[in-house]
Design a protein around this ligand. Sequence first.
Ligand code: IZC
Ligand code: ZN
Length: 418
Amino acid sequence: MRTIIKNIDCLVTCRGSHIKKGKEMGDAGIITNGYVVIDGDSIAAMGEGEGYKEYLTPGGTVIDGTGKTVTPGLIDSHTHVVYGGSREFELPLKLAKVGYIDILNAGGGILSSVKATRKASMNELVSEAAKRLDLMLTHGTTTIESKSGYGLDTVSEIKMLKVNRELDKSHPVDIVSTFMGAHAIPLEYKNDREAYIRLIIEEMIPQVKKENLADFTDCFCEEGVFSIDETRRILNAAKAAGLRIKLHADEVVSTGGAELAGELKAVSAEHLVAASLKGMEAMAANDVIAVLLPTTSFYLMLGKYADARKMIELGVPVALATDCNPGTSPTESLQTVMTYACFGLRMMPEEIINAVTLNAAYAVGREKEIGSLEVNKKADIVIFNAKNLNYLIYHFGVNEVDIVIKDGKIVVRSGLKC
Ligand code: IZC
Ligand code: ZN
């Protein structure tokens, strides 16, 4: 089966043979009046002008890209999309200025999602998360990372990771699975955190690895959650077991999480709103990807965003993600994140699109197959109702997706799942 998209006003390829950093972040490889030829599930050819004509075949599908912006399928490299319940009841607390970590330490926040997630069956979690994946897909996202971390006991953590595996099989969106047993100390270990850390290291990590349920391990390194030393122990154990590592670092307070990410040569450090200059330098020196989550800064009313401009200047590769979760960023829309990246992080449109495609592909370890429009890469493609990339970011608060192509097949048409 051949599909051709022709006469594309703005073809954003995000092509590149390595992760984008520094000035390269500002080049998204845009072709005006471009075309893309899809054969089966991958990209067979692409270019500019009338070159598509030699690929026309009887019975093939031809899509007119006039007035459209075409990009690689968006990649959401940081989500907590699998969870039970929801947390809208926290809104009055937030408005009364009760801090995020204070809500957590009072048994709310993450711990309230843990209660609901432990109670839910695997089927319930699959069907609730599938609805969110439908929203992601209709908003242009074709691959996500999904973290566990609302189980916080071995059985419930494994249940969450099996939900990831089931969704990866049954839903068009591809799922990269991350084990995050170190998301909080569960209530039953409140007075013995050491025992919980040992449970993660001695029981959970080996079981996750044995059942091959995750590619990455993550740890919430934050004042009042896991300390630098605890994070180091947990992530070193994960590394020794053969899992790649990520960390939630310096989301609210700088505890040296970015520095630790450099020291451990983590694949990525995420949030980084309070990261120190030394930490950013350590990340740059060790090629740690900064996964920035501007809708979370907005939603926590931090009055502060990560210093994306400084990171780009220092040569830290930047990715952007939704952080989709029930407490601090209840959104499935990377388009919304792109708006906040522009107005909150002051990133440029080409930097932003690279950060939700190629750099995000590196952050989830899938850069060989996805993240850019290049011959032989997977045909995961979004066609937006926007005449250029600037328009896509300038016009906000609505879904601009027209068509989504996943593995070469049209899965969203006129913004609706087929
Ligand atoms: O449920 O609050 N930051 N973890 C770390 C979260 C946000 C998710 C949550
Ligand atoms: Zn998170």
